[in-house]
Design a protein around this ligand. Structure first.
Ligand code: NAD
Length: 268
């Protein structure tokens, strides 16, 4: 009797690459601050997954250019103006509250109008967008709210009173929405990055280098990422990956959470 031949060891069988994730086909996403940085990466990722994206930003040219590139619709609005926010479409299935800005000054020197502006854009606008889009999500029985918070939604740093308090408020709004929306198939979560390589941060790096009289490399390694175990800036696409995952299949029980992606900052 012949001994069965063992198959020759050879290259692993070729696997067919999975089809591009089109799990959001037929959905509509509204992304604020989508003309730059994290918002832009989110808009691109959601569009690649099949969603029609409303590209919301005050930067008209960049918003229009991106909308054209990803087959979305540009909405040029200043989110600090309540009436403008209330003119945005209310039929989104996914909302990514992302637009934000920073101002760095000690509390006793912080300009009150700047404080109010930061809260209008980063807290009131998300509230106004959600109060108009949630009813449609409830009607359709499905929705995803992702709030781009920050490590500063969970921790404080000096000189960022408006930003830190706005992000903490956004965390609270996100949790309230999670509780109210749960019976309707709608989840609400925060994503909490550490420092991400975007124009917002690149401007801060330059400003801090001037203020402290140190190099930009020293600002990143020794000042910004002092509390982070990983000493590299996060890329916007990594944040978009987390947002896409929260909007994709298998996430219906993830709600009211804050997903830290901070290189170990909050573990420290
Ligand atoms: P960015 O400056 O690259 O982009 C912000 C976008 O928001 C811009 O396109 C800007 O035009 C838009 N915007 C600002 N004010 C607006 C207004 N009044 N109306 C309409 N649009 C407005 O910033 P980014 O770094 O991509 O930040 C996006 C979000 O991520 C912010 O909420 C920020 O707090 C958060 N975040 C950023 C980092 C980081 O390190 N970059 C870390 C944690 C969280």
């Amino acid at each position: 009797m012949e001994t069965p031949q063992r198959p020759e060891p050879g290259p692993a069988p070729l696997t067919v690459p999975p089809p591009a994730d089109r799990s959001l086909a037929g959905r509509t996403a509204l992304v604020t601050g989508a003309a730059s940085g994290i918002g832009q990466a989110c808009a691109q990722a959601l569009a690649a997954a099949g969603a029609h994206v409303y590209v919301v930003d005050k930067a008209a040219d960049a918003a229009k250019e991106l909308a054209e590139r990803i087959g979305g619709t540009a909405w040029v609005v200043d989110l600090s103006v309540p009436e403008a926010v209330d003119s945005l479409p209310d039929d989104a299935d996914l909302v990514v509250n992302n637009a934000g800005l920073q101002h760095v000054a000690p509390v006793h020197e912080f300009p009150p109008d700047r404080f109010a502006l930061i809260h209008r854009v980063m807290v009131e606008a998300p509230f106004r967008i959600l109060r108009r889009t949630l009813p449609g999500m409830y009607e359709r029985g499905w929705g995803r709210v992702v709030n781009i918070s920050s490590v500063h939604g969970l921790r404080a740093s000096p000189y960022k009173s408006a930003y830190v308090s706005a992000k903490h408020a956004l965390e609270g709004l996100s949790k309230v929405v999670a509780l109210e929306a749960a019976p309707h198939g709608v989840t609400s979560n925060c994503v909490n990055p550490g420092y991400v390589r975007t124009p917002l941060v690149e401007n801060q790096i330059a400003a801090q280098a001037r203020t402290h009289g140190i190099t930009e490399e020293e600002v990143v390694g020794k000042v910004m990422l002092e509390r982070s175990a990983i000493k590299h800036l996060i890329e916007p696409e990594d944040v978009a990956g987390a947002v896409l995952w929260l909007c994709g299949p298998g996430t219906s029980h993830i709600t009211g959470t804050s997903l830290s992606m901070d290189g170990g900052w909050t573990a420290n």
